[in-house]
Write a protein that binds this ligand. Structure first.
Ligand code: CP
Length: 318
């Protein structure tokens, strides 16, 4: 499947992968490849978003997403401010809608938001004039994570089409898996998923994934193995007997990695539970691209901001 890239994004927001066409995804990835060149320069800054204002509204914890959005905004010369629940009127009980309306009254161009409720960015995007970017909504979607994962795979393996990607772990509570399945399938990849039955929602089969409950079956011959974090904070109860047992059946170890295709990429969105879903010898091994994912996250977020702003002019011009 060779798609001609789109010239621009159609929507004002990026709240999920589903509304994006394959040409739009290709446009974002091609633009991110250009944005990545800025990080190679002595002065890592261009004026592409000068005069634009971004509010980073993070009402759930984040390290990679929050700081890479902030880095992306600075590299594009946008003015940005970051908002978390601690130290703001959210602590006094102000609602999300009132918070967002008050922030929008200050006329920002973008609101980048992370929230524990699935669908909250979609809801706000309909109510606000600002462009809303979903930085993770509950266990629903994390579109910029899927885009940076796709960028990482494409830069390493040269394509997405025809690849087999195995996603293993806590699928039930993962927003990363939903966005990745939508994106990878749209770009012509096959997605296998694996996890204990208690952590594999029926939705995975309905989304067209190959579902496995033996990790070995999912990773055999795979081009990419993407490990997901066990999200104990989202589980009301333990969905498996013990962490030790989970490691024995579902951790990516050097022995299991040998079942995948030679040169298979090892990915993880972070934060990792070392010794639970991934062995440190693999996480820090030669096939790991986990820190490249973080690096590419800045470029992808620059591309999304730039394109949603209209994508005018040469993005990488000084
Ligand atoms: N991958 C990811 O979303 O990490 P953070 O929760 O640290 O942002």
């Amino acid at each position: 499947m060779s798609v001609a890239p789109a010239r621009r994004l159609r929507g004002k927001d990026l709240v999920g992968i589903d509304p994006l066409t394959a040409p739009e995804i290709q446009l974002i990835l091609d633009t991110a490849d250009e944005m990545a060149k800025i990080a190679e320069r002595p002065i890592k800054k261009v004026p592409a978003l000068r005069g634009k204002t971004v509010v980073n509204l993070f009402l759930e914890p984040s390290t990679r997403t929050r700081f890479s959005f902030e880095m992306a905004e600075k590299r594009l010369s946008a003015d940005s401010l970051s908002f978390s629940s601690s130290g703001t009127s959210v602590e006094k009980g102000e609602t999300l809608l009132d918070t967002a309306r008050n922030l929008e009254a200050m006329q920002p161009d973008f609101i980048v938001m992370r929230h524990r409720y699935a669908g909250s960015p979609h809801w706000l995007a309909k109510l606000l004039k600002s462009s809303v970017i979903n930085a993770g909504d509950g266990a629903h979607e994390h579109p910029t994570q899927a885009l940076l994962d796709a960028m990482t795979i494409r830069r390493r393996l040269g394509r997405l089409e025809g690849l087999t990607v195995a996603i293993v772990g806590d699928l039930e509570h993962s927003r990363v898996v939903r966005s990745n399945v939508l994106l990878l399938q749209r770009m012509g990849a096959t997605v296998r998923v694996a996890g204990p039955p208690s952590l594999v929602p029926a939705q995975m089969e309905a989304m067209g994934c190959e579902v496995h409950h033996r990790m070995e079956d999912a990773i055999a011959g795979a081009d990419v193995v993407m490990m997901l974090r066990i999200q104990l904070e989202r589980q009301g109860k333990m969905n498996f007997p013990t962490v030790r047992e989970y490691y024995d059946f579902f951790a990516l170890t050097p022995e299991r990695l040998r079942l995948a295709k030679r040169g298979c990429l090892v990915m993880h969105p972070g934060p990792m539970n070392r010794g639970v879903e991934i062995d440190s010898r693999v996480a820090d091994g030669p096939q790991s691209v986990i820190l490249e994912q973080v690096t590419n996250g800045v470029a992808v977020r620059m591309a999304v901001l730039y394109l949603l702003a209209g994508g005018n002019g040469e993005p990488t011009a000084d």
